[in-house]
Design a binder for this molecule. Sequence first.
Ligand code: F6R
Length: 249
Amino acid sequence: MRILVCKNYDEMSKKAAQIISSQVILKSDSILGLATGSTPIGMYKNLVDMYNKGEIDFSEVKTFNLDEYYQLPKDNIQSYYYFMHKNLFNHINIKKENINIPNGMNGDVEIECASYDEAIKNIGGVDIQVLGIGNNAHIGFNEPNDAFIKNTHLVDLKESTIEANSRFFDSIDDVPKKAVTMGIGSIFASKKIMLLASGECKAEAVYNTVYGDVTPQVPSSILKFHNDVILIIDEAAATKLNKEDYKLI
Ligand code: F6R
């Protein structure tokens, strides 16, 4: 696990966008695994700027998002479908048919989950998966649990996640209680993983990811078992790490 620590959120976002852009320049038909939430917004902004300057071409890129709320329509401004279009897809030349986001409205959620994993498998796996991390160390919506769940599945969100995400909703009662998320196995099928974290509220989760035992109670801890993981975090998220364990950039 390589750890790069950037001065602040803006620098983290720039670095993350550079890595995605290098991936797309090296392989124009890259498969990108994408995340939502506050953390990657700056990265998406940088990617849009790069696109506007003609530095990156998304015409052959395909994307798979990590997760989507269950039973929240696409046109709801809190849906991850809406988020991704607002922050990235509406501003770049990606083809509509190359965008994949779990459909939380599918009446048969088991079929939805199985076909999502099948689609990732059929395409040969994701080239680089972007992850954020929850305060409780969730990745995607793989919440602390008694076991790691391999495949894409329907999950009950933890109270702590509902509370953390209520900042985007009018009231905590409006936050969906369930989501469809890629499982740990689906995430691990990715060739590379880039986890982003910003702010002191993530420092403990980052510490447990790096130094803690691998346990489903700390879902991100499993990343130690993947052979190509890079953490791009800011100084605030790195406050609990030993300085010799990361590179300050
Ligand atoms: C989002 C996702 C979540 C978030 C995490 C951090 O697609 O899968 O794991 O990455 O909840 O969210 P923020 O960035 O809002 O702190």
